[in-house]
Design a protein around this ligand. Structure first.
Ligand SMILES: NC(=O)c1ccc[n+]([C@@H]2O[C@H](COP(=O)([O-])OP(=O)(O)OC[C@H]3O[C@@H](n4cnc5c(N)ncnc54)[C@H](O)[C@@H]3O)[C@@H](O)[C@H]2O)c1
Length: 341
């Protein structure tokens, strides 16, 4: 079993969950050695330092230069994900777990992918819902033909596209077998001029968004996000012969109506998954050691960002767009600059 030296960049909320996730890994020996945060004396950094006895640097470049890390989690705010990933790749880090959203623009995402390909680093994006038992089961049920031919996946949650919206879009992709998108149409509302909300203090965001994505396999994805959507992540998969509901607020985490089985709604047994974050890291080890492709790999992360970029751009030009999406920048920011929203 190989030993991996671990560091975390950004020691806030989610960093604590990553740190616990590393401890539970069973396919490698983990040495959690350091963290880095703009505020190394802040409460998150102190918590990590006390719980794990690690040093917390004020500058991640110094940590990377001194600590010879094998695995790095990037748990900072979105606009820093690209620079931190490039720095980690440059220091030869073997596995980089970058939190969502992957980046704020496709130009940044491509730089990250290129740098990691060059350095031989395995880059994954923290779309951790791919490891939730209900998502894993729903995808398997579709692949087993339990609802006939999949035609539509609807997904929603209450936050914006670049925050939990990226989870919704990525999970629709996962449930759809990671098919490529062919076209996208979207609309956003930004009458509240939201900025710097919650754990995205460096971001601008929309109040509400809707998106319709046509995939090359014929499936349509419907995305409904923001103020008037429910807080909970919820998904509905419609097939020619049945329906799967994921995370119904008032029922089991997953229920299935299968015309094939003809026994009405029922809740299939879910696989036992110890913890999503720990499974995400174990699969990263598997990917580094060549035994698996990571389901949250950078290409899948980029695909979610490309759909988000397409929704913003479609809203800007008031028309559907074909893939690949040409816009390389953070389109929402451009729309705000140009007074479009
Ligand atoms: N996968 C998930 O389910 C999930 C859940 C929560 C948050 N997230 C993502 O994780 C990221 C962080 O969220 P959070 O809730 O932990 O936020 P947070 O504000 O609690 O923590 C972020 C930390 O990063 C530090 N930081 C920011 N820029 C830095 C830099 N350049 N160098 C060093 N440190 C820096 C801040 O000082 C802060 O301590 C966000 O992108 C968010 O979307 C993902």
């Amino acid at each position: 079993m190989n030993t991996y030296r671990v560091g975390i960049i950004g020691c806030g909320n989610i960093a604590g969950v990553h740190a616990d996730g590393y401890q539970a890994v069973r396919n490698a020996k983990i040495e959690f050695v350091a963290g880095a945060d703009l505020d190394p004396k802040g409460p998150g950094a102190q918590r990590l330092s006390e719980k794990y006895g690690i040093e917390v640097y004020g500058d991640y470049a110094e940590m990377l230069a001194k600590e010879r890390l094998d695995l790095v989690s990037i748990c900072t705010w979105p606009r820093t994900h690209c620079a931190a990933t490039l720095a980690a790749a440059q220091h030869g880090v073997k596995g980089i777990l970058c939190e969502k959203p992957m980046a704020v623009s496709l130009a940044e995402a491509d730089q990250m992918i290129e740098a990691c390909e060059k350095s031989g680093s395995t880059l994954i994006v923290g779309h951790v819902h791919r490891f939730s038992p209900q998502a894993v089961k729903a995808r398997a049920l579709v692949q087993q033909g339990e609802i006939g031919k999949l035609t539509l996946i609807w997904g929603h949650c209450a936050l914006d596209l670049m925050n939990n919206g990226t989870h919704v879009i990525d999970l629709i992709g996962f449930l759809n077998g990671d098919a490529e998108p062919a076209w996208v149409m979207g609309q956003i509302d930004r009458r509240r001029h939201l900025e710097g909300r919650g754990n995205h203090p460096d971001m601008v965001m929309e109040d509400m968004a809707i998106g319709r994505v046509g995939y090359t396999n014929g499936v349509v994805g419907l995305i409904e996000l923001g103020e008037r959507a429910d807080q909970a992540f919820a998904f509905k998969l419609v097939g020619t012969d049945g329906i799967i509901e994921v995370n119904r607020p008032d029922g089991p985490k997953l229920r299935l109506l299968s015309g094939f089985r003809q026994r009405g709604w029922y809740a299939p047994e879910l696989p036992s998954i110890h913890s999503t974050f720990h499974s995400e890291i174990e699969e990263l080890i598997e990917a580094i050691e060549g035994r698996a492709t990571h389901r949250g790999n950078a290409r899948n992360g980029r695909r979610a960002l490309e759909i988000i970029t397409g929704i913003f751009e479609s809203s800007r030009i008031r028309a559907a767009l074909d893939f690949p999406i040409a816009a390389r920048d953070f389109v929402l920011e451009r729309m705000i600059r140009e007074g479009a929203v």
